[in-house]
Design a protein around this ligand. Structure first.
Ligand SMILES: NC(=O)c1ccc[n+]([C@@H]2O[C@H](COP(=O)([O-])OP(=O)(O)OC[C@H]3O[C@@H](n4cnc5c(N)ncnc54)[C@H](OP(=O)(O)O)[C@@H]3O)[C@@H](O)[C@H]2O)c1
Length: 389
């Protein structure tokens, strides 16, 4: 039985992970849950999964919950998540919080030799050059949860040999809600329209990232770190049906792809049970005839410049991806608050990347300070945009 800590238990990935776990109860024990502010859902999860430790964002919530659940130990704030992952009873940590808050607990978990099921792509975008070597040093597995990276991971586990190596990673993208819309419509898109993803039901930040294709850019950087692949050998292809989750072209010309209905249950299950594959998860049966058609297109880098910004930031390396991530996160939150336009996100990210002076061999402290500085600069730009309109 694996003992699991779930960070972000009340989110899209977190709730789906608990659905998976409840279907294969004999394989897992939920040791701890980390959430933000959705206390009503968290209470239901505590009742069902009986964790030993729980972390929430606010102290007042932790205090109230301690009265209601006297047998559970409660933590709060930024350090709360770190308290959960360092617990000696935990074997594997599912990092399913959204944004930069995933980084520090992931690093703490690695240093305490916990395997990581990583949904939080921002961790590797911000600090992949630190996180991946650290995982190697501590003998920790970083198991991808993102469906594209899980697909590549599954293809690698099936197709790699010592002689024939991957030549190219092919990452698929649905194209998001604005794939066929004119630029004018994208410029004036509301948050409601951007949140209306055609295939996936996800948290708000990743859904907006999917609408701008920044999500795909973040995934390219994530894939570079996870699979040690050169950016020139990572290709993105638009595949609106989201049936092929990604593929590898090998040196012998063979292409191995992983397919399935669009469901996060499978990649979550694969990461949590790895290296085993297990049965017991309810999934819709795969039907080629029902799917009928699989189509592919090249991404439109002009209409969706975020993808190019991410490729460029990744290729430049050093602290450019940290800036990309921080500027994007701040701009997305302002877009969701109705302060800026969807296309302003790219403008803010590009401007801050252009003025960034990178640091070589950045430490975690460097990364955190660049992250903070970039957020301040992004906020200033957002204020200026608001004043100018
Ligand atoms: N959703 C998907 O299908 C999907 C697919 C691939 C990768 N991912 C990646 O997985 C990560 C999570 O995505 P998501 O869609 O599940 O996001 P989400 O639905 O927004 O969930 C975020 C979770 O993080 C918690 N949280 C937020 N701020 C927190 C804080 N300061 N301290 C503690 N907990 C906090 C939230 O708690 P409350 O709700 O209680 O406030 C919630 O449980 C992202 O990095 C995303 O890119 C998601």
């Amino acid at each position: 039985m694996k003992k699991v800590a779930i960070l972000g238990s009340t989110g899209s990935i977190g709730t789906q992970a608990l659905e998976v776990i409840s279907q294969i109860k004999d394989s897992f024990s939920v040791i701890s849950l980390g959430a933000g502010k959705n206390i009503e859902l968290l209470k239901r999860q505590i009742k069902e999964f009986c964790p030993q430790k729980v972390s929430v964002l606010d102290k007042s919530d932790a205090d109230k919950l301690s009265v209601e659940f006297p047998n559970v130990e409660f933590f709060f704030g930024e350090n709360g998540l770190e308290q959960l992952v360092t617990d000696k009873d935990v074997d594997i940590v599912l990092v399913a919080v959204s944004g930069k808050i995933g980084l520090k607990p992931t690093i703490s978990a690695i240093k305490h030799q916990k395997n990581i099921a990583l949904a939080n792509k921002e961790t590797l975008v911000m600090a992949g050059d630190i996180v991946m070597p650290l995982a190697k040093e501590y003998g920790v597995e970083i198991l991808p949860v993102d469906s594209e990276h899980s697909a590549i991971f599954q293809c690698l586990n099936t197709g790699a040999s010592s002689k024939i190596k991957p030549k190219k990673l092919i990452i698929t993208a649905s194209g998001g809600p604005f794939k066929d819309k004119p630029l004018q419509e994208i410029q004036n898109a509301t948050a409601k329209e951007a949140l209306n993803h055609p295939r996936w039901n996800m948290g708000r930040k990743i859904t907006v990232d999917s609408a701008t294709l920044m999500n795909k850019g973040l995934e390219v950087i994530e894939a570079h770190h996870l699979f040690n692949m050169d950016y020139d050998d990572i290709k993105v292809v638009i595949h609106p049906q989201s049936v092929i989750h990604s593929a590898i072209e090998y040196e012998d010309g063979s292409v191995i792809a992983q397919m399935g209905i669009p469901s996060m249950h499978i990649p979550i299950q694969y990461a949590l049970t790895y290296p085993k594959r297990i049965t017991g998860i309810e999934t819709e049966s795969f039907d080629f005839v029902k799917i009928a058609q699989l189509t592919f297109e090249a991404p439109d880098f002009e209409k969706f410049p975020a993808l190019k910004l991410a490729f460029d930031a990744g290729k430049k390396g050093r602290t450019f991806p940290t800036v990309l991530n921080a500027a994007n996160e701040e701009a997305v939150m302002s877009f969701l608050d109705g302060k800026i336009r969807l296309t302003d996100i790219n403008y803010i990210v590009e401007t801050l990347l252009n003025k960034h002076v990178p640091i070589e061999n950045a430490t975690l402290e460097d990364i955190l300070s660049i992250d903070e500085k970039t957020r301040e600069e992004a906020k200033q730009m957002i204020e200026q945009l608001l004043c100018s309109r």
